[in-house]
Design a protein around this ligand. Sequence first.
Ligand code: NAD
Length: 447
Amino acid sequence: MRLTVVGTGYVGLVTGACLAEMGNDVVCVDVDAAKIERLRQGILPIYEPGLESIVVGNTKEGRLKFATSLKEPATRSALYLIAVGTPPGEDGSADLRYVLAVAKEIGQTISDYCVIVDKSTVPVGTAERVRDAVQHGLDKRRSKISFDVVSNPEFLKEGDAVQDFMRPDRIIIGSDSERAREILRELYVPFMRTHERVIFMGIRDAEMTKYAANAMLATKISFMNEMANLCDRLGVDVENVRTGIGSDARIGYSFIYPGIGYGGSCFPKDVRALIHMASAVDMDPKVLNAVEARNRSQHRVLFEKVKKHFGGDLKNRKLGLWGLAFKPGTDDMREAPSVALLQQLMAAGAEVKAYDPVAMEAARRDLPRAWFESNQLQLVEHQYQAVDAVDGLMLVTEWKPFRHPDFARMKKAMKSPIIFDGRNQYDPHGLRQAGFIYYGIGRQGAV
Ligand SMILES: NC(=O)c1ccc[n+]([C@@H]2O[C@H](COP(=O)([O-])OP(=O)(O)OC[C@H]3O[C@@H](n4cnc5c(N)ncnc54)[C@H](O)[C@@H]3O)[C@@H](O)[C@H]2O)c1
C-alpha cells in the first residue's frame, strides 16, 4: 500500500518505518525541516532500540521517504496516518491544534477518496472535528471527494516501540465505514500472522479505549506507590507485599512496582486530559483525581528522604544521580521524575552530578541553563564519575547498567556510602551488610 504518515516523532517514525518494513511505500512528513533533513541522511531524532536499522534499510530500498509538507505531490496517498503531538494545554485538555492543522491540510490537498487515521491520542469526539476540518478544506475547493476518518490509537511503549508495533497485543480500529475497515485490516494483516489482533469498534469507543488503558496503568502505579508509602510508615517491606499480591492472577505482576511516580509524554498528560474530559461533561472523576494527586506527591518522596537524612539542609551537599530519562530504553525526558527531583534539589541548594546512558543530549538541551551555569548541575561521562566524592547517590531510572553495579568501587569512591533507591532495585539487607545506608520506597529489608 501507499501511505503517508504525518509527524515523525516516537509514534510517527516508528509507524512509518515498521509499515515500510512490511513492504508498503511510506512517506513520513514533518514540519520540522531540520529533522527531515537528518532523517534523509539516516540520522534519527530519537533513541529507540532497533529503529535505526529499519529506517536506514527502508530508506535505501526506496520504500521510506521523507517530506516537509503535504503539498509535496509525493505525499498523495489513499491513507493518511496522523501522528503529531497532542500536548497538554493550560487547563490539562489535549491541545488539538496540530491534529486539526494536519486535517485542514489534508482537505486542501487530496485528489481522491482516502482514509484519514487518527493515531495520535485524542479526546473523544476528535474524529468528528477532524472530519469537519477536512471537509472545510474540500468545501473551499468546491470538491466532492469522499473520505473516511478512523480512530486507530497507538499502544507502543517507548523503549520497546519497534517490538510493540511489530507484535501488537491488539489493534484497535474505530470506524463507521465498511470500506475504511477493510483498508485498515489489509494494512495490519502482516502484523497478525499467528492470530487475529484487530478489534473493531465505534470511533468514540476507540478514542476512549486509549485513554482508559493509560489511566488504568497510571492507576496501578499510583495505587502501589500509596501502598509503599504506607508500608514505610508501618514498618512493612513493600517488596514482599508486591510479590505477595502479584502472584494473584487477577492482579498480576506488571505495573505494581513502587517508585517515584510516573512520568513521560503520555501518562501524565493523558490522565489530565481524561480528567478534563470528565469535567467537561459535569462528572467529578474521583479516582483519576486521586491518581494524579498521588503522582504529584510521589515526585517529592525521594527528595524528602534525602532532605530528612541530611537534617533538612541540602545546601552545598554533593549528590550523585543515576538516570535522567523517564524510563529505561528511551532518551525522552518529558515530565520525567528526574526533572521534578532536580527542581527540588536545585531549589534546596544541592550540587548534583548526573549520568544517564542515553539521555545526556536531551538533558543538556532541555534542562534549565541556569542549573549548568551555576555549576549546581553537572553531567558526567560515566556512571561511576557520578558517585565520586558524593554524600549520597540517588537512583532514578532503572537502566540495566545500574542494576548490578560495583558496590565495592562505589563505597570507596563515595564520601559517605548512602543510596536513595527510587526504583527499589537493590537489596537493602545486602547493602546494609556491605556498609551502606540504604533508603528505598517502602522497603525495610526484612527477610
Ligand atoms: N510517545 C509515545 O510513547 C506514544 C505512545 C502512544 C501514543 N502516543 C501519542 O501519539 C502522538 C504523538 O506522540 P509522539 O510522542 O510521537 O510526539 P512527538 O512530539 O515525538 O512528535 C510529534 C511530531 O509531530 C510533528 N508535527 C507537529 N505538527 C505537525 C504538522 N502540522 N505537520 C507535520 N508534522 C507535525 C512535530 O514536529 C514532531 O516531530 C501523541 O498524541 C501521543 O500522545 C505517544
